[in-house]
Write a protein that binds this ligand. Structure first.
Ligand SMILES: O=P(O)(O)OC[C@H]1O[C@H](OP(=O)(O)OP(=O)(O)O)[C@H](O)[C@@H]1O
Ligand SMILES: O=c1cc[nH]c(=O)[nH]1
Ligand SMILES: [Mg+2]
Length: 209
């Protein structure tokens, strides 16, 4: 069973509440998502591998620890993943980036792939997949399935919001992939939207509705 990390830090919860409000403008929704993603990056990268390097301060030689950001790949599920990606990159600017284009068929709610581009040597890399919403789980499950074909060292999944149905589906399909989320909402509605949720994440980030 995959671990579920609920990131309930007060700053994260505060920003999420502002984002949920229907009157939040595209501008503030996008800014808040970026800020939230930077905060979530702290939790997600907590166990990142470090290496010791020799450095010199103005006073003497010493050693310090650094991360190897290049081994980390953020994989954004288009479109809405872009909103999280920017915030994560502001904290780990050296990370590589992959993109998977997926949209949900509105009738069947299955994920349809339209784009896939990853960095090379994925088998040497730790992957963090980002998408604000884990609803039915179909998109996340399809994205992780595709990534597993490339045999990365590890895969984590980060979202802003999920629900019991999404967690259960992901745990059934990919029990080895830990989930990070800022909230677990009540349920899905009949159109596969999370309740109370925040609406359509892609439309709210890009102002397309
Ligand atoms: O768990 P699921 O039921 O698959 O739903 C979640 C997916 O739905 C949204 O994308 P959408 O299909 O709206 O595409 P978009 O990002 O291009 O708007 C969201 O960003 C996820 O990718
Ligand atoms: O509530 C939801 C569910 C899927 N995708 C969204 O953008 N919002
Ligand atoms: Mg959408």
């Amino acid at each position: 069973m995959s671990q579920v990390h609920l990131i309930d830090h007060p700053l994260v919860q505060h920003k999420l509440t502002l984002m949920r409000k229907k009157e939040a403008s595209t501008n503030s929704f996008r800014r808040l998502l970026g800020e939230l993603a930077s905060l979530m990056a702290y939790e997600v990268t907590r166990d990142m591998a470090m290496q010791e390097v020799e450095i010199e301060t103005p006073l003497e030689k010493t050693t310090g620890k650094v991360i190897d950001g290049k081994k980390l790949v953020f994989v954004s599920i288009l479109r809405a993943g872009t909103g999280i990606l920017d915030g994560m990159l502001s904290v780990v600017p050296g990370a590589r980036v992959g993109h998977i284009g997926l949209y949900r068929d509105p009738k069947t709610l299955t994920a349809v792939e339209y784009y896939f581009k990853m960095p090379q040597d994925m088998h040497e890399r730790d992957v963090v997949v980002v998408d604000p919403m884990l609803a039915t789980g179909n998109s996340a499950i399809a994205a992780v399935e595709r990534l597993k074909e490339l045999q990365p060292k590890s895969i984590k999944f980060v979202c802003l919001l999920t629900c019991p149905e999404g967690i259960e589906a992901m745990q059934r399909a990919h029990p080895d992939v830990p989930l990070y989320t800022a909230a677990i909402d009540r349920q899905l509605n009949e159109h596969g939207y999370i309740l109370p949720g925040l609406g359509d994440a892609g439309d709210r980030i890009f102002g397309t509705k």
